[in-house]
Design a protein. Structure first.
Length: 136
């Protein structure tokens, strides 16, 4: 019984931490912020010639972090968001783009000022981007 559980857990761990057929240098993350009304979009593009599959340990696939001017984390969405306890994944074909639309409501009311906003695929920190954002 314990062997079956260990095998299942190991398989889940390998699934959760794997990227199929990929060279992360062929995947780009881009963060865009527009004002009035504020819209924050994180897009992931496969610039390579082969499909890329990303696997995640929860329903959350992207995280957003606000860093203050000293580089300290003021807010981390991964730590403050209730993610479903289900494995998830997506595949990008060559030249395909996946877009994540960020709702501004995720920023706590207690945060205001100028911050560095960093967005990344959870578990794939090389697929990320940063920009400056002013929170009012």
């Amino acid at each position: 019984m314990h062997t079956k559980i260990a095998t299942i857990l190991l398989g889940a761990l390998l699934f959760a931490c794997s990227v199929s057929n990929t060279n992360l240098s062929d995947v780009e993350g881009e963060l865009r912020v527009s004002e009035s009304p504020r819209e924050v979009i994180f897009s992931v593009t496969n610039t390579g010639s082969e499909s890329v599959e990303f696997n995640f340990t929860s329903g959350c696939q992207v995280k957003f972090v606000l860093l203050d001017d000293e580089g300290n984390t003021a807010y981390d969405s991964e730590s403050n968001t209730g993610c479903t306890a289900a494995l998830s994944s997506f595949t990008l074909q060559p030249e395909e783009v996946k877009v994540f639309d960020i709702k501004e409501e995720w920023i706590p009311d207690s945060i205001s000022g100028s911050y560095i906003l960093r967005s990344e695929l959870i578990g794939y920190s090389d697929v990320s981007d940063t920009t400056v954002i002013v929170v009012q």
